[in-house]
Write a protein that binds this ligand. Structure first.
Ligand code: NAG
Ligand code: NAG
Ligand code: NAG
Ligand code: NAG
Ligand code: NAG
Ligand code: NAG
Ligand code: NAG
Length: 368
């Protein structure tokens, strides 16, 4: 979050923190974890960008059409027609963990590396890339405040830390790659993962976080925006009709995130994690779009958006589909509530197909 918006953002965080203080005093019903802290990008932002001074219309989801399927039928800053992945995994309603306590620090456009391209993200007022650690700065302030009370350490250790980040780095790198003789994908992905490991270790574990649920970036080359790029340059179309280079990056990144977390869990005492393989889940949906559990038959076109693949961006005048629960993509970069629901459920219940080494249900019941 930008520092100019920080005063306001921090005020609302502190308001939320009093909810946490109440929880510290012992909630009536005992949830499996006392709270959830969310970090990441627009896949899990629940409206924080609306409070940021230098986040312009492009980095906000505050138009009519967004939020059309929420109970209020109006935009809340979520980049979806309804609830997003964070809501559906952890929130009080419609969710698996079933929490009413937590703080969401996510911000649409956030990434892991400063040096990746300049297409998707927004910038803080001093021109710096908005990065995950700047969201952690807010977290650190809240935690410092909470840790003045000794019971908070236990509270934080038992809480669920949910992180979804990295897609923006992949978008930017594949949209504006380095010059061919300067390009080294392996090196780029290694830097990405090293930076990710640093945040988990230094910003979260070091202040007491022990339970991590992480989702690796999905097949980013299949978003309508990237599909359109692929279509315009058919040399780079993969078997899904998506942008091949972008999907290759996602595919290579997934096992690297897996071994990063595995290594951290060996290094850091009492750390436990659950990693969702979003690439595997996307392939699964592409191969079986219609099952008794869901019916995502429109895999290609954005529900809200104009032009080819609906890639022209969702805004208050864009076309809006009727049958939103059958669309994977809400807009040119974001999934529908229905598609996020499939991911959320899988993160919670999957037994080794796409979620390793344990699922979120097991993670939240572990005694730290
Ligand atoms: C610290 O936590 C205890 C119990 O969880 C609570 O009763 C007390 O009010 C808290 N103190 C402060 C200063 O927040
Ligand atoms: C959306 O945000 C922009 C600033 O980026 C603001 O000008 C506009 O009034 C907001 N729209 C709504 C509906 O809140
Ligand atoms: C790319 O980077 C990796 C990791 O730094 C290195 O091992 C490899 O040799 C590099 N490849 C090329 C073609 O320079
Ligand atoms: C993607 O990766 C596969 C396997 O590593 C490779 O054969 C293919 O050429 C790559 N495609 C692109 C567009 O980079
Ligand atoms: C939790 O983490 C500890 C050490 O970090 C590890 O020994 C244990 O196997 C993990 N539990 C599960 C269920 O993965
Ligand atoms: C919505 O997007 C379309 C296509 O990009 C654009 O032509 C139109 O002006 C936008 N409408 C608003 C209200 O921003
Ligand atoms: C809406 O989706 C359902 C389920 O996929 C399908 O049965 C129905 O025909 C669709 N309706 C329209 C108007 O596309």
């Amino acid at each position: 979050m930008a520092s100019r918006g920080a005063g306001r953002a921090l005020a609302s965080l502190l308001a939320l923190s009093s909810v946490l203080a109440l929880a510290l005093q012992g909630a009536a019903a005992k949830p499996r974890v006392p709270a959830m802290f969310v970090f990441g990008d627009s896949l899990v932002d629940v409206g924080n960008n609306n409070h940021l001074a230098n986040c312009n219309a492009r980095c906000r989801a505050n138009y009519t059409r967004y939020g059309v399927d929420l109970p209020c039928h109006s935009p809340t800053g979520r980049f979806s027609n309804g609830y997003n992945l964070a809501d559906q995994l952890g929130g009080e309603s419609q969710s698996h963990v079933g929490l009413d306590t937590g703080i969401n620090f996510a911000s649409g456009g956030v990434g892991l590396l400063e040096r990746t391209g300049r297409s998707v993200v927004w910038y803080t007022h001093n021109g710096r890339r908005q990065l995950l650690p700047r969201c952690f700065d807010h977290f650190t302030r809240v935690i410092t405040w909470m840790l003045e009370n000794r019971t908070a350490a236990d509270f934080i250790a038992k809480s669920l830390f949910f992180i979804s980040v990295g897609s923006n780095d992949l978008f930017e790198y594949s949209d504006a790659p380095p010059a061919p003789d300067n390009r080294n994908d392996t090196e780029f992905l290694q830097d990405l993962v090293a930076s990710y490991a640093g945040y988990v270790k230094v910003h979260a574990y070091a202040v007491g976080a022990r339970k991590f649920s992480v989702v690796s970036p999905s097949l980013v080359g299949c978003c309508p925006s990237q599909r359109k790029i692929a279509h315009d340059d058919p040399k780079d179309v993969d078997k899904y009709g998506c942008l091949g280079t972008a999907n290759n990056l996602s595919r290579q990144l997934q096992p690297m995130v897996a071994s990063m977390l595995h290594d951290l869990s060996l290094e850091l005492p009492r750390m436990n994690y659950s990693l969702g393989d979003a690439v595997g889940m996307a392939k699964w949906v592409f191969q079986s779009p219609s099952t008794p559990a869901y019916d995502l038959t429109e895999l290609v076109t954005a529900c809200c958006g104009s032009g080819e693949f609906g890639a022209g961006g969702c805004n208050s005048t864009a076309l809006l589909c009727q049958n939103r629960s059958s669309y994977v993509f809400w807009g040119s970069y974001h999934p529908t509530e229905a598609a996020s629901a499939v991911t959320a459920k899988q993160l919670f219940v999957d037994t080794g197909l796409f979620v390793h080494p344990i699922n979120v249900q097991q993670l939240v019941t572990l005694q730290p």
